[in-house]
Design a protein around this ligand. Structure first.
Ligand code: NAD
Length: 336
């Protein structure tokens, strides 16, 4: 059986990336749309075979509870709206996939987890890299001892933002700047590549506040992570240059990915340098998104917890809060 998804938010990611992926899924199908733009929703519904009765807007959203075709709601909205639509979806008796970053604060993340728990519904965060073949192979290599004892992790993630009026650059809607949006890939990778949780963070922010893009949110932030084994993580995120790199160093070699977390074209090397490129085995799905969508469907069918459940999103938001605090107070923040 294929479970039915309702996509909330027909923007760059929901419409441009997620909706076209259902054709690659084995256990998931598109059954409903939620949009503030009725003409757009009607056009998309016609293109993807969604019945007009399964088009909703932000006002009548709660009526999804009466639509048995919808099993899962996928929240593809600006970050400040994640909590509200996750909680309303759970109250309507639906499972939830919510995009990263999970929410604008750890308090909101906790409320989302509690709402889904109370409703007896699954909550998964859209961490697609956990289903991406290069990242999965890198994790396997790190755990297999291929580079020996892990010593040091490094990741830089950034892209150049343009429009100063975009929601990503408005703090109330985004919760923060480059760290929330793209630096979270470096942070999440530091955790899945090492398999450890940081015990302390130290951060430094550099932002040109005269640049109209950065009146409200940070541009560049560099953060160090201390792991219990002694591994040091050194990460950087920015909104003023393109960068996408993950490097894990052990005492016998290194795992290097550049780009590491893109939609496609990721590359992986293992060894002393970049002379040995690794082609990973196929991932769990036809694409990282198909695997991600089908994972939640299968968790619902088999009553299992998603590998990137709400708690995983909450961990990153707690760390992000500590990183911002460290940058603000200019001191190391211990987490335990
Ligand atoms: P977007 O601006 O392209 O789309 C946002 C959608 O929300 C639009 O359809 C917009 O109309 C709608 N919306 C509803 N109410 C709104 C309001 N009050 N203000 C602004 N927009 C409103 O953004 P996006 O790039 O699609 O990002 C959506 C979510 O997806 C974000 O959480 C983002 O972090 C996430 N995302 C994830 C990935 C990934 O690789 N996992 C990639 C891109 C975006």
């Amino acid at each position: 059986r294929k479970l039915g998804y309702a996509i909330v938010g027909l923007g760059g990611y929901g419409l441009g990336v997620i909706i076209p992926q259902f054709k690659n899924c084995q256990h998931s199908k598109l059954v409903a749309l939620v949009s503030g733009d009725p003409l757009k929703a009607k056009k998309v519904a016609a293109e993807y075979g969604v019945p007009e009765r399964s088009i909703y807007n932000y006002q009548n959203f709660d009526a999804i509870k009466d639509n048995p075709d919808i099993d899962i709601v996928y929240v593809c909205l600006p970050v400040s709206m994640h909590a509200e639509y996750t909680i309303r979806a759970a109250a309507a008796g639906k499972h939830v996939m919510c995009e990263k970053p999970m929410a604008v604060s750890s308090a909101e993340c906790e409320a989302m987890i509690a709402a889904c728990k109370k409703a007896g519904k699954k909550l998964m965060i859209g961490y697609r890299c956990h289903f991406e073949p290069h990242n999965l192979e890198a994790i396997r290599l790190a755990r297999s001892g291929a580079i020996g004892k892990l010593r040091y992790f490094r990741s830089e993630h950034g892209f150049t933002t343009g429009n100063p009026n975009a929601w990503r650059l408005k703090k109330a809607m985004s919760g923060g700047g480059s760290l929330m949006d793209i630096g979270i890939y470096a942070l999440n990778a530091a955790r899945y590549m090492t398999g450890e949780e940081p015990v302390a963070v130290y951060a430094k922010e550099t932002t040109d506040r005269n640049d109209p893009r950065f009146r409200e949110v940070e541009d560049m932030i560099e953060f160090q992570l201390e792991f219990p084994s002694g591994v040091i993580g050194s990460c950087m995120s920015m909104y003023s240059a393109n960068q996408n790199h993950i490097l894990l160093m052990g005492d016998k070699g290194r795992i290097d990915m550049e780009p590491g977390t893109r939609y496609d074209g990721n590359k992986l090397w293992v060894g002393q340098d970049r002379s040995t490129q690794v082609t990973p085995p196929p991932g769990p799905g036809l694409t990282q998104w198909a695997a991600q969508l089908d994972h939640l469907s299968q968790c619902v069918i088999n009553n299992r917890e998603p590998i990137v459940a709400g708690e995983e999103g909450l961990r990153d938001i707690r760390l992000i809060e500590a990183i911002y605090r460290s940058a603000r107070e200019q001191k190391r923040i211990a987490l335990v």
